[in-house]
Design a protein around this ligand. Structure first.
Ligand SMILES: Cc1ncc(COP(=O)(O)O)c(C=O)c1O
Length: 396
C-alpha cells in the first residue's frame, strides 16, 4: 500500500466519524482580537489567558534574550545548552512554587513524558483520573507501569483503587490535573492528596492551566486548594497563562537530579531557546506584579457562565476560565462553531478523542482583557446560534 493510500484510508475513517480536523490560520497580533481567514474575530479559544504573550515587557525581554544569548540554546542541557538564563529562571520557579528546585522542560507534554517513566516502571502502579490529560496517559504508557483509572474526581474510587494496589515495596503515583483542560473544573486536591498520602502514594500535580491564573500569587490550583506544600511533584506550564513556551517540574532537589539523569524528554532534546525563557521569566514577574489579570480572568469567566446559565445553557462543571458548553454531537458542535465565526466570535469546537465520545463541546476561554461588553456580546450570540442548531442525535 502506498503512503497516499494509507493516508486516504485512515482519513476516510476519521471523516466518517465526523472528527476530521483542519488547521485554522490566524494573523496577529494575538490579543483578544485576531484575523482569521481575513476576518476580524474576537478570540475565545486560546490559552493566552492573561494576555501576557505580547505584553511590552515580555516582548522586550524576548528581544533582549535573543540579543544577549542568541535565538538558540545551542545544545541539549547536558551538552553545552545549559545557560545561566535557564538556571536563574529555575531558581525563581523554585521560589515561586515554594520548592527546593525546579527544572525546565520544552513543553508540558514533554514534561509528563519525562516525569512518569522516571518515577515508575512495570512493577509499579499509576492511579489516574479518567479525564487526565493525554500527555499523562502517554507518560504512563511509556513507563509501562500498571494503570488503574478511577472515574473523574471520584475520591471514594481513588481510595478504593489505592487500597487495592498499595503494598510494601510497590511504588504508586497519582497524577492529577489541577484544572481539567476540557471541563474547567478543579480537582478536589485537598481530599485526593490526603487519600494518596494515606496510602503512601506520590502525588504529581499537572497545573498546566492553573499556572499564573489561579491561587495566591498566581501559584495555581495547588495554592487555590491550599496543598502547595503537600504536592510531591509540581508540573507547571509557561505556554498558557504565562504566555511564552515551555514547562517546569518543581520539587525536592533529588527529583531535579533524577530527572536530569533519566528523563529522556529532558536529555535527548535541545534546551529551550533564550528568547522564550527570557519572556517566560519576565511574564512570571508580571504575574506577581499584576494580580488584576487573574482576578479579572476569573470575573470574566464567572460573568460568561452566569449569562449562559440565565439563558438555559449549562457550562457545568466549570469553576474556572475554561468554560465548556457541551452540545453532544460532532456535527452540531462544528456547525455552531462555524456559525459563531460568521458572527465574529472564535470559540473552538472540541470532539473525540480530546473529549469522550458523545460529549462534543464548545470550549470557551475568556481572557483577562476581554471587556464586559465583549463577554455579553459573546453570550448573546451563542444563545442565539445554539437555538438555531437543535440536537440532531447524529453521533451523540
Ligand atoms: C493538563 C495539561 N497538561 C499538559 C499539557 C501539555 O502542555 P504543552 O502544551 O506545554 O505541551 C496540556 C496542554 O494542553 C494540558 O492541558
Amino acid at each position: 500500500m502506498s503512503l497516499k493510500d494509507i493516508a486516504h484510508e485512515k482519513l476516510s475513517t476519521i471523516r466518517e466519524r465526523g472528527t476530521y480536523r483542519e488547521l485554522r490560520e490566524l494573523s496577529g497580533p494575538h490579543g483578544t482580537r485576531v484575523q482569521l481567514n481575513g476576518r476580524d474575530v474576537l478570540l475565545f479559544a486560546g490559552s493566552n489567558y492573561l494576555d501576557l504573550s505580547h505584553h511590552e515587557r515580555v516582548v522586550e525581554a524576548a528581544v533582549r534574550g535573543a540579543r544577549d544569548w542568541g535565538c538558540a540554546a545551542g545544545g541539549s542541557r547536558l551538552i553545552s545548552g545549559n545557560l545561566d538564563l535557564h538556571e536563574g529562571f529555575e531558581a525563581e520557579i523554585a521560589a515561586f512554587t515554594g520548592c527546593e528546585s525546579a527544572l525546565l522542560f520544552n513543553t508540558g507534554y514533554a514534561a509528563n513524558l519525562g516525569i512518569i517513566p522516571a518515577l515508575v516502571g512495570p512493577d509499579d502502579f499509576v492511579v489516574s483520573d479518567s479525564l487526565n490529560h493525554a500527555s499523562i496517559i502517554d507518560g504512563v504508557r511509556l513507563s509501562r507501569a500498571q494503570l488503574r483509572v478511577f472515574p473523574h474526581a471520584d475520591c471514594a474510587a481513588l481510595d478504593k483503587a489505592l487500597s487495592e494496589v498499595s503494598r510494601d515495596g510497590v511504588r504508586v503515583l497519582v497524577p492529577l490535573d489541577g484544572i481539567f483542560s476540557m471541563d474547567g473544573d478543579i480537582a478536589p486536591l485537598k481530599t485526593m492528596v490526603e487519600i494518596a498520602h494515606r496510602h503512601g502514594a506520590m502525588v504529581m500535580l499537572d497545573d498546566a492551566h492553573g499556572t499564573g491564573t489561579l491561587g495566591e500569587g498566581g501559584r495555581g490550583s495547588g495554592a487555590h486548594c491550599d496543598v502547595m506544600d503537600e504536592i510531591d511533584i509540581h508540573m507547571g506550564n509557561l505556554a498558557k497563562g504565562i504566555g511564552s513556551f515551555g514547562a517546569y517540574v518543581a520539587g525536592p532537589r533529588e527529583l531535579r537530579d533524577l530527572l536530569i539523569n533519566v528523563a529522556r524528554s529532558f536529555i535527548f532534546t535541545c534546551a529551550l531557546p533564550p528568547p522564550q525563557v527570557a519572556a517566560a521569566r519576565e511574564s512570571l514577574k508580571l504575574v506577581g506584579e499584576e494580580p488584576w489579570r487573574r482576578w479579572q480572568l476569573q470575573l470574566n469567566a464567572a460573568q460568561l457562565r452566569k449569562r449562559l446559565a440565565a439563558a438555559g445553557l449549562s457550562t457545568e462543571p466549570s469553576q474556572t476560565h475554561i468554560v465548556p458548553v457541551i452540545l453532544g454531537d460532532n456535527a452540531r458542535t462544528m456547525a455552531v462553531c462555524e456559525a459563531m465565526l460568521e458572527r465574529g466570535f472564535y470559540v473552538q469546537g472540541i470532539r473525540h478523542p480530546s473529549v469522550p465520545r458523545g460529549s462534543a463541546r464548545l470550549r470557551i476561554t475568556p481572557m483577562a482583557t476581554h471587556t464586559a461588553e465583549e463577554i455579553d456580546a459573546l453570550a448573546d450570540a451563542l444563545v442565539e446560534v445554539v437555538a438555531l442548531h437543535p440536537v440532531t442525535g447524529a453521533d451523540a
